[in-house]
Ligand binder design. Structure first.
Ligand SMILES: [Zn+2]
Ligand SMILES: [Zn+2]
Length: 119
């Protein structure tokens, strides 16, 4: 079990490094990353943080309601859902779609890393 945890961490470290480099070289948009440069984790593991709420770009933000969207991560179905507790809307804007896509990519990548290591 300890080995699996270590190997999973290595997969994360590799992905972080690859995305850091891609972003620094202009190949990757910061908001398309599936790893988080601030938390050094898979995006779906830290997208609940207030650091991922942006009033400027609209990420995890409901502009009409002026509040943060709630995010639900389903690790089994590998889906991410956004929800505004005030107006009840789900993912709708381009920023929402980008965040959902990045989180789902990080979910898939982390699960694939785990599965590959266990095999
Ligand atoms: Zn983060
Ligand atoms: Zn709302």
């Amino acid at each position: 079990m300890a080995t699996i945890t270590l190997m999973t961490r290595t997969a994360l470290a590799d992905a972080l490094l690859a995305e850091d480099n891609a972003e620094d070289n202009g190949w990757l948009d910061a908001l398309d990353r599936m790893t988080c440069p601030a938390h050094r984790r898979w995006l779906h593991q830290c997208c609940h943080s207030d650091l991922h709420v942006s009033r400027v770009s609209g990420h995890r933000w409901c502009r009409p309601c002026g509040r943060a969207l709630e995010v639900a991560v389903d690790e089994v179905a590998r889906t991410i859902a956004l929800h505004c507790p005030t107006c009840g809307r789900g993912a709708r804007t381009r920023a929402d779609a980008q965040l959902v896509a990045a989180c789902e990519a990080s979910l898939t990548a982390s699960v694939t890393a785990r599965t590959r290591t266990a095999a």
